[in-house]
Design a protein around this ligand. Structure first.
Ligand code: ASP
Length: 320
């Protein structure tokens, strides 16, 4: 038994030809955030603080789709969401944030300062102001790269459908899609200390070209984020598939009800429980196991354990 930490910067159709200028800053971000998390664990920082700290750092890096760098809705706006949970099942979540610099910290405040679990949109923004967390003009989060990604996503769709209006008979109802790179970048971190205390945190801007008001898997307990006394899980990928698959909870449920190991449970959920090309996750167990499976082309990921194992990767290990 020992401490373990794993983080991700999004799973998706990441082409092997991903240009260096997109790969290197993300790898550097993962390395830096892994280092911060490892140092915090070595200093006996509570795991909830560790995952919050790491996700705040990831949110501040514009190359990831969370906080600054969040992808844009179909109207060119940001709507960020985040969730945090510990092994005692305390949890907090937020959605529809437009001005909060670090959504993960607001999720923690929901957990600690309210009788509720999940606040969204105007209520969440008002709560942020009441708590005095750092807020900025929404334009702070909008990067030129994401303006371009939205443009490409709209072009890829060609026929833009206004889902808020009734559909005409000859209009095909399609899910807004985007190029591979646009799906990258939701961030998450799971950690366990040497006493078995677990925590999970996930933060995202969602999917590029999403409808205004769309909520994904990230803030939904048991879908994108979950922790109990056995494991902590943070998922990434297509939110709608992750919600349908109750991905994070299924990993915990297999351990809880079937007694399988973390690795087996996570592999089963990713391979059998969700459509191919839709999901990746990072998870740690109370006994210090770590796993990072995905059924997408790749997943930005990093992990370290107390016994000295460490890994940073994007594609299946054979390509690294
Ligand atoms: N799961 C996120 C969402 O659907 C997106 C991602 O992980 O990249 O909102």
């Amino acid at each position: 038994m020992g401490w373990a930490i794993a983080l991700h910067g999004g799973a998706g159709d990441i082409p092997l030809s991903l240009p260096q200028e997109r790969r290197l800053p993300r790898e550097a971000g993962l390395r830096y955030c892994l280092h911060i998390g490892v140092e915090a664990l070595k200093a006996n920082t509570p795991t909830l603080d560790v995952v919050e700290l790491v996700v705040r750092e990831l949110e501040n890096i514009p190359h990831f789709n969370a906080g600054k760098g969040s992808v844009l809705t179909t109207q060119g706006t940001v709507e960020m969401e985040a969730c945090i949970m510990d092994g005692t099942k305390r949890c907090g979540a937020v959605s529809g944030l437009t001005t909060v610099v670090n959504p993960i910290s607001l999720a923690r405040l929901v957990m600690e300062k309210t009788p509720h679990i999940y606040l969204a949109f105007d209520g969440a923004e008002a709560f942020a102001r009441g708590q005095g967390v750092e807020t900025v003009d929404s334009s702070h989060f909008i990067t030129p790269e994401n303006v371009e990604r939205l443009k490409q996503a709209k072009e890829a769709n060609r026929v833009q459908i206004d889902y808020t209006q009734p559909l005409h008979k000859d209009e095909k109802k399609e899910t807004p899609e985007a190029d591979g790179d646009s799906k990258l970048g939701t961030v998450g971190c799971v950690a366990v200390d040497s006493l078995g205390n677990l925590a999970s945190a996930t933060s995202t801007g969602g999917l590029v070209n999403k409808m205004v008001g769309r909520i994904g898997d990230t803030p939904i307990i048991g879908a994108g984020t979950y922790a109990n006394s056995l494991c902590a899980v943070s998922a990434t990928g297509k939110g709608e598939a992750i919600i349908r698959g109750t991905v994070a909870r299924d990993v915990a449920a297999l351990m809880e009800f079937k007694g399988v190991s973390l690795k087996e449970a996570a592999a089963y959920v990713v391979e059998e429980g969700t459509p191919k090309g839709t999901v990746g996750l990072v998870a740690v167990s109370a006994t210090g196991e770590v796993t990072m499976p995905f059924n997408t082309t790749g997943m930005f990921r990093a992990c370290a354990t107390e016994d000295g194992y460490s890994e940073i990767g994007i594609w299946p290990s054979v390509h690294n």
